[in-house]
Design a protein around this ligand. Sequence first.
Ligand code: GDP
Length: 310
Amino acid sequence: MRVAVLIGGVGGAKLASGLMQVVAPEQLTFIVNTGDDFRHLGLKICPDLDTVMYTLAGLADPEQGWGIAEDSTAALKSLEQNYGVEPWFRLGDKDLATHLLRAQLLRRGHSLTAVTDCLVQRLGITARLLPMCDDEIPTIIKTEQHGELGFQEYFVKHRWQPIVKSIEHKGCERAAMSPAVSAALETADVILIAPSNPWLSVAPILAVPGLRTALKVADAPVVAITPIIAGAAVKGPTAKIMAELGLDVSEAALARFYGDIIDGFVNDIRNQPLCADNLRTVQLNTLMMDTKAKDDLARNTLEWIAGWAL
Ligand code: GDP
């Protein structure tokens, strides 16, 4: 069964770990948000791509959810102590190796898709990892206190505290879906939307021109998994942003947000049952606190879909 997954960083990576246990990795394609990408110290940083990549490679830091486990910070300390550079964005030494190699390959003219393929192969990952797009579509957050902020300024520098007024996917009208993403959606048997932040991680992917249509015309069922459990986000600003945008913090609001691009919705057992026209729903334990819960969610989701769609 070929499974394509639209995915952000930390929340999505948990589902990715589970899927790796229940689906042959060669059958898995992760289409990853790159709206958070930015340049730092002259390097292109792709936080979500790297979080998923390190997770698939078994290198991820289980404590913080991003970066490489047991990494050191000598380069960052030297930048601060010797050069007075404020270390607002944390990059470990081993993590830096990824950014250096990526920068070199990009400078040689390869696309981000090709560069990611190369990194993934060298790490021995057999699942496919695709940036949502080879063009840059930076997520810009319009805030009450600071006006427009780049994503990492909002998320890391200001620790997602400013009030969000709106979110823009800059330059999306000039971007194009990559042939690899288009093929992955066309050939998938199941398309999942991971329990990632719908506004900060999934909306940028949906902003890639043609992607919404590709989901609507796909033969495969499209199923989203809730990132909201009992009226709150497990981690991060999803619930806060929903409230700031004037939405209910509820599974119903999430289902409305995805609208006609989804055929199914995996709701949590702690949430209110969801009733919506033309939408299949199921209530599962979606809280992935340990390896078993990750594997169970992946398996139960795919078994449920197989019961009505395959
Ligand atoms: P980011 O890019 O690092 O912010 O990560 P994502 O966008 O992939 O994930 C953030 C979202 O994941 C938040 O809305 C969390 O509520 C959700 N999340 C994190 N862990 C879990 C979990 O165990 N279960 C569910 N259902 N959602 C989770």
